[in-house]
Design a protein around this ligand. Structure first.
Ligand code: IVH
Length: 673
């Protein structure tokens, strides 16, 4: 291809892909399959690699991030970012409307009701249709310039569409993390032995302040835009402006989904509020209320602003579902990393449709801040979090004999004095070689599905083997003998042989998963993969210096320190040497070294949906590396359909009609061993 043709094709692909992105993220109406999209993206990536001089700033390949921002510049907002006055009752909303009728006496007034997104406010400037800066609210006057991170969010346009957009326009909106993505991030943190994030909003806010934009891109943030500032907007109403802005490429609230609605009476406003107060739990993201705005823009201008907020809008905040109950006791859980977390045991009470017996108390500081005491009548709330939390104490019901709660000083399981490192919220039990829940936790982590995948050695069986003294650590698993197991009451012949078979089979588990299974702090699945690929064997990791470790992709100071700490401990080395002697995989296989195998040769695959351990591209690459073929659509020749989440129903139907095997991501992994 000549450079001229390449430039032309790059331009075509950028336009075409951005158009599909718009249809997918803004209109929620894709017209091509994910596979077709990926193929076009692949073509573009290759051309851009070959001809970097033709790379366009609005290219969808630029959304994968990678740029590092050391310090975010603080910039002044051209127009201050106002907040909204809050209301909590029908009366307060009625007062708001009456106030408006007092100022605008001679015109009909229409309102819009829309969702109040519970995320992070953002102000994004577009000049000549190009995204030029994205700034956080900050104090309303000045905020942080987080342009690089915001550009990774697919629902934020980098270049506007059509040609009738204003030459300069500031879009204001909310960036949020969908609940599903929040759960995935927390699951991964849990697996890495890191404390979970509290809720999607805090996670979104923390993510936007990360220095590495590639991590931001991987977290799948989304955005809605709900307010625009420009000198040259011809729309007269907020509602019409939202529809117009959608044409320009902005993701604005969808009236068809009732995310925005025009209302003329208080009753209509309240039917919108009542609808979302119930339905909000079915949304894929958190909202914390409804925003009511005067629809007509000239009327908004007449009403103007107070020092802090517009007079033409008000937020109605939903009450968090709340209940009161007695705090019976506080217990402490010790995790595999030794982290101690307090849990409140409550007199069972109904809250948002479920019976609640336990609530989280987070850490010692939280208990002290709330001054929660055993025997108190406490308020509990269910917000975006999965486990309800204690938010306060009804002091009028406190017994005069109650005393402040004293946080445990010793491990509740092994009595070792707890430690709390500087800057960390949690207490830790340092007795990692003796403390039973830590030992058991390490073993169950080792045997878990994503690690050594030893079926039949789950939490309960580990507990049994541990309590009977059969195993104390992960190496002991490989010393288990048939007779020992048969002598246990609950173990029948069949389950014993199955278990021994599963243990033997685990010796084939690839190096990266063995590394993850060891449970080194901060070495989760992804980090283990990167380490394995970079160092190739355990010896190289063990001998690596701090700076050699940090040279590997995604290995920062904290992880390097933790790895060195692990290998500095003699007991870990003894354990490792035993595992090596049992012939577990402690180096990359030949196939992994060369990056290929022929396990899937002659087989063809269709990939559809979203996967948890692979991106779709990674999965396809993996199939090809293993000798398989990836095809775009299902035909009689297809051997497997790998089904991820949110797979379209038509693919499934077609596969079923043709009798093609539909397998999950996990089953695929089994297929390639
Ligand atoms: S309008 C000039 N609309 O809630 C008025 N704000 O607690 C601009 N928010 O500052 C705000 N959803 O960050 C507006 N549909 C919505 C909103 C919304 C969430 C946020 C916004 C605002 C805060 C006030």
């Amino acid at each position: 291809m000549t450079p001229t043709l390449a430039q032309q094709r790059i331009s075509e692909l950028v336009n075409e892909l951005n158009e599909h992105n718009y249809k997918y993220y803004v209109l929620s109406q894709p017209t091509i399959s994910d596979y077709e999209f990926d193929m076009l993206l692949e073509e573009l990536k290759k051309l851009e690699e070959q001809y970097p001089q033709f790379l366009q700033p609005e290219s969808p390949t630029q959304r994968i991030g990678g740029d590092i921002t050391k310090n975010f510049a603080v910039v002044k907002h051209e127009y201050p970012m106002f907040s909204l006055a809050n209301s909590y009752s029908r009366e307060e909303v009625a007062d708001f409307i009456n106030r408006i009728y007092k100022t605008i006496t001679d015109e009909k007034i229409e309102f819009t009701c829309e969702l109040k997104y519970d995320g992070v406010a953002i102000s994004i400037t577009y000049e000549n249709g190009n995204l030029t800066s994205a700034v956080t609210r900050g104090d309303g006057e000045k905020g942080d310039d987080i342009t690089t991170n915001v550009k990774t969010i697919s629902s934020v346009p980098i270049k506007l569409r059509e040609n009738d957009y204003p030459l300069k326009i500031i879009a204001r909106g909310e960036i949020y993390l969908p609940r599903k993505s929040f759960e995935i991030i927390n699951k991964e943190r849990e697996e890495n032995g890191e404390p979970p994030f509290a809720n999607p909003r805090n996670t979104a806010s923390g993510t936007l302040k990360m220095q590495n934009s590639a991590i931001v891109a991987s977290r799948k943030l989304e955005a809605f835009m709900y307010y625009f500032i420009s000198d040259s907007i011809s729309e007269n109403s907020h509602f019409d402006l939202m529809l117009m802005a959608k044409k320009w490429g902005f993701r604005t609230p969808n009236p068809e989904k009732r995310f925005i609605q025009k209302c003329s009476t208080l009753d209509e406003i309240f039917s919108f509020i009542d609808f979302w107060n119930v339905k909000r739990f079915e949304l894929p993201f958190d909202i914390d209320g409804v925003v009511i705005k005067v629809n007509h823009i000239p009327q908004q201008e007449t009403l103007g602003y107070t020092a802090k907020s517009p007079r033409w809008a008000i937020a109605y905040k939903f009450k968090a579902e709340q209940a009161k109950t007695w705090l019976e006791s506080i217990s402490f859980q010790v995790g595999r990393t030794g982290a101690v977390t307090p849990v409140a045991n409550l007199t069972p009470v109904q809250l948002a449709g479920t019976t609640v017996k336990r609530a989280s108390l987070h850490n010692a500081d939280q208990i002290e801040k709330l001054d929660v005491r055993i025997g108190d009548l406490v308020f509990i709330e269910k917000g975006g979090e999965i486990i309800p939390k204690i938010t306060g104490v009804d002091l009028s019901k406190r017994s005069e004999y109650s005393t402040p709660f004293r946080y445990v000083e010793n491990c509740p399981e092994c009595q070792t004095p707890l430690i709390r490192k500087e800057g960390e919220a949690l207490h830790y039990c340092p007795n990692e070689w003796e403390c039973p829940p830590q030992l058991k936790g390490k073993i169950t982590h080792f045997t878990s599905r994503k690690a050594m995948d030893i079926e039949g050695l789950g939490e309960e069986t580990v507990e049994l083997f541990f309590n009977t003294g059969l195993i104390r650590n992960v190496a002991d698993i490989y010393d288990l003998k048939k007779e020992q197991l048969l002598s246990l009451e609950r173990m029948a012949e069949k389950s014993v042989s199955n278990l021994l078979y599963a243990i033997e089979n685990s010796k084939k588990i690839p190096f990266e998963r063995v590394l993850f299974a060891l449970g080194i702090r901060y070495v989760g699945e992804t980090v283990a993969k990167k380490l394995a690929r970079h160092f190739k064997n355990i010896k190289a990791i063990r001998n690596a210096t701090h700076s050699e470790l940090t040279q590997a992709e995604e290995i920062g100071e904290k992880i390097a320190e933790s790895i060195q700490h692990y290998f500095a401990e003699e007991k870990n080395n003894t354990l490792l040497n035993r595992l090596i002697s049992y012939e577990l995989q402690f180096s990359l296989s030949e196939e992994q070294m060369s990056g290929t195998s022929s396990k899937l040769s002659g087989l063809s695959f269709v990939v559809s949906g979203i996967f948890s351990t692979f991106t779709r591209d990674e999965l396809k690459e993996n199939i090809e590396k293993n000798g398989g073929k990836v095809v775009g659509s299902i035909s009689a020749k297809t051997n497997y359909l790998i089904a991820g989440e949110n797979m379209g129903p038509s693919k499934k139907e077609k596969a079923e009609q043709l009798g093609i095997k539909i397998i999950s991501e996990e089953e695929y992994k089994k297929l390639i061993g």
